[in-house]
Design a protein around this ligand. Structure first.
Ligand code: GDP
Length: 188
């Protein structure tokens, strides 16, 4: 936490299982190909990376979870770091939880989402890789996901359907971020 930039600008965190397409999404949003590293080795990034956007807000790239090959100790250290960040970072405005649109709801995603809800940390769900499905299947997959979420929550979170390959969802996500930034009140 001490190594993070001063919490003097609104920030938006991106998180998800390794390989969900987080780096690709960040690069798509910023239109900078090499900004976040698209890694061939899932689970490699273990640090919190801040990307300053237009000198006015941060995209925060959080290390991914759900990579089977990391040790128990590494997973625990990850959990502690992320918990501290999510609960203590005063300038954090919203967490985007990335979910591969093709997959059935995964336990670790649901656990993470439910934990955010319990802690009252504002979040939205970003479905990734939508270009891999045909249109009618996109709707079906989102509906199935929501059915699962409805088992836990009365109200569904805000959701975005995106593709880094075709830039779907880019305008919607950026407009959403812009709206939230308007509510930011400087803390330092
Ligand atoms: P990360 O580990 O979550 O940062 O995931 P990456 O961004 O490195 O992406 C993992 C893999 O999924 C890479 O092979 C990407 O090329 C691929 N990928 C990511 N986003 C998309 C997308 O929107 N569409 C398609 N078709 N492939 C994607």
């Amino acid at each position: 936490m001490e190594k993070l930039p001063q919490p003097n600008l609104p920030e938006f965190a991106f998180i998800g299982r390794s390989n969900v397409g987080k780096s690709s999404l960040i690069n798509m949003l910023t239109k900078k190909k090499g900004l976040a590293k698209i890694s061939g080795t899932p689970g490699k990034t273990q640090t919190i990376n801040h990307f300053l956007i237009n000198n006015s807000w941060y995209i925060v790239d959080l290390p991914g979870y759900g990579f089977a090959k990391v040790s128990h100790t590494t997973r625990e250290a990850w959990g502690k770091m992320i918990s501290r960040y999510l609960q203590q970072r005063l300038s954090l405005m919203n967490v985007f939880v990335l979910v591969d649109i093709r997959l059935e709801p995964q336990k670790n995603d649901l656990d993470f989402i439910n934990r955010l809800g319990e802690l009252s940390i504002p979040f939205a769900i970003v479905f990734t890789k939508a270009d891999k499905l045909i249109k009618s299947n996109i709707k079906q997959h989102v509906a199935a996901y929501n059915k699962t979420l409805s088992g836990f929550w009365e109200e569904l979170p805000r959701e975005f359907v995106t593709s880094a390959d075709s830039s779907w969802g880019r305008d919607e996500l950026l407009s959403y971020i812009e709206e939230i930034i308007k509510q930011y009140k400087p803390i330092i």
